[in-house]
Design a protein around this ligand. Structure first.
Ligand code: BYC
Length: 317
């Protein structure tokens, strides 16, 4: 590959420094492109794999209203995956390649979706805590330096806010119900709190990508800064719900103006990221099966598009 001209490099650096957008047609360093493909693909895969834990409850929703809400939410996640795959395709990689990398274990997806959903309260907890963490992480990404990613995030964030509120509303309804329902909510929050904190990635000191990604304007906040924001946001919400967050070290620190909190089990995080979580094998196997079963649909759509294009050509000839 030939070396880029210094003008192109300067133009790129100046665009990033001005906090303007880099667009797909612009020159960009190969390492910047690779980092974006890694992060956006991981994000897209998370949205698609993230349909599984909640999808698990669609057939067992407690009422028609809850079923309609859950169906719509899971469908939204599929849409998010599609926006993100499209953003990734502008970087010269196809959705086929990305899916192959996911099912062959060469790309990651968020650790959170490797935990099982054991009760209907988990649907509410995922909305409240998992979508809540996603919003904290993703609102800053609306101003990320790569145009297609930032624009996809704007729409996704609007929908995620709605998802978070539906989760909170579901939990609030259960908290106003029976003792048994309240116990279900608490048990669910106890299981999801620490994995939700892990969604922000390893502590800054152990995050190999943060420094460079911040210099490029891909990330605008560090993992620890966003984790803190999430904890500060969640504590009053937990109080309003009447649930206890399972962290004995959690308390308000007047001096810092933030909550102090305990550390998640980072050894568990590493295990889950490396494929050893409770549901990793099941999630990837399910994705692989769905991809293979859907091959005929993709082939039919492609054949139809080709036939339409040929017919158009005949008309205009
Ligand atoms: N899980 O240097 P670091 C959703 C990896 S979907 C797995 O800090 P970076 C939703 C990381 O990839 C939510 N892996 O990395 C959907 C890296 O490994 P590689 C998805 C993780 O990229 C349905 C290594 O650890 N959100 O909300 O600077 C229903 C070192 O980390 C995780 C996004 O994807 C993890 N939790 O920062 C409901 C947001 N954390 O790739 C809800 C976009 C770290 O070098 N992504 N790793 O092999 C990001 O903001 C960043 O990629 C991260 C990590 C903050 C996650």
């Amino acid at each position: 590959m030939t070396a880029p001209s210094p003008e192109l490099e300067q133009q790129f650096d100046a665009t990033v420094a001005r906090k303007d957008r880099i667009e797909p047609r612009d020159w960009m360093p190969e390492a910047y492109r690779k980092t974006l493909v890694r992060q956006i693909a991981q994000h897209a895969h998370s949205e698609i794999i993230g349909m599984q834990p909640e999808g698990n409850w669609i057939g067992r929703a407690p009422s028609l209203r809850r079923k309609a809400i859950l169906l719509a939410k899971v469908q939204d996640e599929a849409g998010h995956g599609l926006y993100l795959y499209s953003a990734c395709e502008t970087l010269g990689v196809t959705r086929d390649e990305l899916t192959r990398m996911l099912i062959e274990g060469r790309q990651k997806y968020s650790s959170i979706f490797n935990y099982p959903t054991l009760s209907y309260a988990d649907v509410g907890t995922i909305g409240w805590l998992v979508d809540g963490a996603a919003i904290c992480n993703q609102v800053p990404l609306c101003r990320t330096s790569f145009g297609p990613y930032g624009r996809a995030m704007i729409r996704i964030c609007k929908e995620e806010s709605f998802h978070q509120r539906q989760g909170f509303e579901l939990l609030m309804t259960m908290m106003r119900g029976t003792d048994e329902q309240r116990a279900m909510v608490q048990e669910s929050v106890d299981r999801f709190w620490w994995p939700a904190l892990m969604m922000f990635g390893p502590p800054d000191a152990d995050s190999p990508n943060t420094e460079q990604s911040m210099a490029w304007g891909i990330k605008t906040h560090t993992n620890d800064a966003l984790r803190q924001k999430f904890v500060d946001m969640s504590v009053p919400q937990a109080t309003a719900l009447g649930v206890t967050l399972p962290d004995p070290e959690l308390r308000w620190n007047e001096e810092r103006g933030h909550h102090d909190f305990g550390q998640p089990d980072w050894a568990e995080f590493m295990r889950v990221v490396k494929g050893g979580g409770p549901c990793n094998a099941q999630r990837v196997a399910h994705r692989k099966r769905a991809w293979e079963d859907g091959a005929w649909v993709r082939e039919a759509a492609l054949a139809f598009a080709e036939r339409e294009a040929a017919a158009q050509q005949e008309v205009s000839a």
